[in-house]
Ligand binder design. Structure first.
Ligand SMILES: NC(=O)c1ccc[n+]([C@@H]2O[C@H](COP(=O)([O-])OP(=O)(O)OC[C@H]3O[C@@H](n4cnc5c(N)ncnc54)[C@H](O)[C@@H]3O)[C@@H](O)[C@H]2O)c1
Ligand SMILES: [Zn+2]
Ligand SMILES: [Zn+2]
Length: 361
């Protein structure tokens, strides 16, 4: 029997979000229904609401979530009702070209639920990143459920489902940050701060945090930044060079998603250094660079999708590090809020007041 629960809908471009009754079907073959316990508010949810991702309104927002599996469909063996899971948007297929080449984090055919969740009038919903977890319950592909140690707090666990994993992975997996490296991170929201925490975990020698908001820079220090630069009043390229013996950083992570900050990242790295773009640009943005500079700087220009993570490998490992006191995931949770407060949380995010607001269900 399909169930009716509450969910947060983005009805149309730039319209305020609202709580509606949504219909969640019983899980079909390969699917699972998850009772959501916590779901963080990510900048990507705001991108969806603004029409910056695509036009498939109405969206069921929310995708940084943890919860308990309520029921599973036919053929599901990896998870069972009662399991505590983090939801992921990379349920790899195992059969596409990337998976077969042993690079499943690039999987081109990731699984989502086949059935649609709807409004009570039958309107089909597009779940954000194939998840849709600002809801009491959601329907996903069973592979989107990753079991982790249930002793972790749900509001902390959920964050690994997107932004925090994206940031840690941008440093560790995509940027290959290692012991002794110099790293600069441009944009210190949830994603950028996670890149700082990841660089710290990997043993980076210097971690330079860049933001235009002093409050963000203060938090960045607690995440492991050794130096901070407010790029509102200081040229970040010059500052990063100065802090790295005149060379530039080995790895610069762009966690804003804008052409001007990408350019800063490009020029703030050392010769043959690496740029990692983890911030998500919008369709109208353009980048212009002298091709000679691209050639002359060498190195690599990478993008990081979801921190090149493999949920089954990375989520349990990072939760264990957290439970051992070696990775403070709790520091990312600025506030816990109600399902009705998502619109307010977007405003607070926009004003830079929070790292993560987490909806508790
Ligand atoms: N690649 C991925 O897989 C992935 C996953 C999740 C989120 N993201 C993206 O990462 C980006 C950051 O997400 P978030 O949740 O941390 O957002 P956020 O809004 O919490 O943080 C953005 C930060 O950038 C700072 N900033 C804004 N303009 C700046 C500028 N010109 N120079 C320096 N700093 C500036 C803000 O002050 C803020 O601290 C977004 O674009 C989001 O969509 C990417
Ligand atoms: Zn695949
Ligand atoms: Zn996200």
């Amino acid at each position: 029997m399909a169930q009716e629960v509450r969910g947060v809908i983005a009805p149309g471009k730039d319209e305020p979000v609202r709580v509606e009754t949504i219909v969640v079907p019983d899980p079909g073959p390969g699917e699972a229904v998850v009772q959501i316990q916590a779901c963080g508010v990510c900048h990507t949810d705001l991108h969806y609401k603004q029409g910056g991702i695509n036009d498939d309104f109405p969206f069921l927002l929310g995708h940084e979530a943890s919860g308990v599996v309520e029921s599973v469909g036919e053929g599901v063996t990896d998870v069972a009702p009662g399991d505590f899971v983090i939801l992921n948007w990379r349920a790899v297929c195992g059969n596409c070209r990337a998976c077969l080449r042993g690079r499943p984090w690039y999987c081109f055919n990731t699984h989502n639920a086949k059935q649609k969740m709807t409004l009570t009038d039958g309107t089909e919903l597009s779940p954000a990143l194939g998840i849709g977890a600002f809801a009491d319950k959601t329907l996903v592909a069973a592979g989107q459920c990753t079991k982790v140690d249930p002793s972790v707090a749900p509001q902390v666990a959920g964050l690994l489902g997107c932004g925090v994993m994206a940031g840690i992975g941008a440093a560790i997996n995509t940027g290959n940050v290692g012991r002794g490296d110099t790293v600069a991170v441009i944009g210190c929201g949830g994603v950028g701060d996670a890149a700082i925490a990841g660089s710290n975990l990997a043993g980076a020698a210097r971690i330079i945090a860049v933001d235009i908001d002093d409050r963000k820079l203060e938090t960045a220090r607690t995440m492991g930044a050794t130096h901070t630069v407010n790029s509102k009043d200081t040229d970040p390229i010059e500052a990063i060079r100065e802090l790295t013996g005149g060379f530039g950083a080995d790895v610069v992570i762009e966690a804003v998603g804008r052409p001007e900050t990408y350019k800063q990242a490009f020029y703030a790295r050392d010769l043959a250094g690496t740029v990692v773009l983890v911030g998500v640009p919008t369709p109208e943005m353009k980048l212009e660079l002298p091709l000679l500079d691209v050639f002359g700087h060498g190195g690599s220009l990478k993008s990081s999708w979801y921190g090149d993570c493999l949920p089954s490998r990375d989520f349990p490992m990072l939760i264990d590090l957290h439970l051992q006191g070696r990775l403070d995931l709790g520091a990312f949770v600025t506030e816990t809020i109600e399902l009705t407060d998502v619109e307010k949380a977007f405003e607070r995010m926009h004003q830079g007041d929070v790292l993560r607001s987490v909806v508790m269900l």
